[in-house]
Each structure stands twice: as structure tokens, then as C-alpha cells.
Ligand binder design. Structure first.
Ligand SMILES: [Zn+2]
Length: 226
């Protein structure tokens, strides 16, 4: 090989190496733009919600576990239970969780009870305000039955759910955990009930597992107005 050819070979080799380096840098810069990398960095928000409480025993167990993990959730409580367990409602509020309205008697809205349903919402709001000193603007209508006109009339926002693991009819903790974790995605709202020991255990496991996967637990207001 003469000198010219050697020089030419070296130049081609250097050019190829430079090309490989440039492609490598471009690919690296492309990475955060797509896929889960960006989501993970930003923290995928997800909300745990608990209906029908507070429960005289299980709610406090749940509060303890949530405090240990520094996680905030949302409780949709009935007016009847607010009056029965005001000290637990006070604890929920003091721990920084969000409180929402779940009617006074856990009543399902129908075409025949529009007015009394509205009164239940108002009565529950008053009971919550009496205990926490704060108004709530979030309502989870039992069974998801709602009348859009109430939003303006009562100045309340309905909060439904995207994941329902049917925790109330299962005594299998790992089944509930798997059901939620397999489906969990950014901005999901998980429906649970702090009325059972299995729910408390499953909920805390869900928190641990999804936190490990890069999820950040928030109260529902953060998902609705973000
Ligand atoms: Zn309910």
C-alpha cells in the first residue's frame, strides 16, 4: 500500500469513527423525548381514593401506613360516618389528606330522589366543615350516578375512578395488588374502600410497588386541575 492510499484509508477510518460518535450522541439525546424515560423523571402521578369511611379501626391503620410512607390520598366519606367518628376525620385532615363528599347515607341518585340527594350532599358538606373547618368541593357519587346540573348548583366536582379492583369483594391481598399494579398508568384514579383489613394491607403494598416503579401518589385535585 503506498503512502497516499494509507492516508486515504486513515481519513476514511477517522470519518467513520466520527460518524459513529455523532450518531451515538444523537440517539442519546433522543432517548428522553419518548417512552417512559421522561415520564419517570417527571414522576407519573396517580391517586388512591378510599370510599365509605371513616371506619372506626381500619382507617387509622391505613393512616399510620400512609404517614410512614409520606403518601397523601383522598377519602370520600359519608356524612353519617363523619358524625360517628369525628376524631378520625380530624386525623385524616391533620395528616394532609384530601376529604371529599360521599353523600350522607351512601345514597344512589335516581330520577326519584334528586332533591333529597342534593340535601344529603349539603348536609355532608356541613358535617365535614364542622369537623375540619374547611369546605370540600369534591364529591364521589355512590355507584357513579350523578346529575351534571348539580355541579353548578352545589359548586361540587364529581370524581369517578379509572381502576376498580373490587377490593370489597376480595379477601385475597395479592390478587388486589396485582390487579391494580398491572393496570396502573399515569393519572389513574384507584377506587378502594377503607372498610377492610385486606384493603389496608393491599393499599400499602400498592403504594410500595408503584412508588418503586416511579409513580408519585397525589390527591385527586392534583389530577383534575393539572
Ligand atoms: Zn361507596
Amino acid at each position: 500500500m503506498n503512502l497516499n492510499r494509507r492516508i486515504l484509508s486513515c481519513i476514511i477510518l477517522l470519518f467513520l469513527l466520527a460518524l459513529i460518535c455523532i450518531i451515538g450522541v444523537l440517539e442519546k439525546e433522543k432517548l428522553p423525548v419518548s417512552g417512559r424515560a421522561v415520564k419517570k423523571d417527571a414522576g407519573k402521578k396517580i391517586a388512591l381514593t378510599f370510599d365509605d369511611g371513616p371506619h372506626p379501626f381500619y382507617t387509622q391503620q391505613l393512616l399510620k401506613g400512609l404517614k410512614e410512607r409520606d403518601v397523601k390520598v383522598t377519602f370520600f366519606i359519608t356524612g353519617k360516618n363523619v358524625e360517628a367518628y369525628p376524631e378520625i376525620v380530624r386525623e385524616i385532615h391533620a395528616d394532609g389528606h384530601l376529604i371529599g363528599n360521599h353523600t350522607y347515607n351512601h345514597t344512589q341518585l335516581s330520577s326519584r330522589n334528586q332533591e333529597s340527594f342534593k340535601q344529603e350532599i349539603i348536609k355532608t358538606n356541613e358535617a365535614i366543615r364542622k369537623v375540619t373547618g374547611e369546605d370540600t368541593i369534591y364529591v364521589r357519587p355512590p355507584y357513579g350516578s350523578w346529575n351534571k346540573e348539580f355541579e353548578k348548583e352545589l359548586n361540587m366536582f364529581p370524581v369517578l375512578w379509572t381502576i376498580d379492583p373490587l377490593d370489597w369483594c376480595s379477601s385475597d391481598v395479592s390478587c388486589i395488588v396485582k390487579n391494580v399494579c398491572a393496570r396502573a398508568d399515569e393519572n389513574d384514579i384507584i377506587l378502594m374502600h377503607d372498610q377492610y383489613k385486606t384493603t389496608v394491607t393491599a393499599a400499602l403494598k400498592i403504594v410500595d410497588r408503584l412508588t418503586e416503579k416511579g409513580f408519585e401518589f397525589v390527591t385527586v385535585d392534583e389530577l383534575m386541575f393539572d
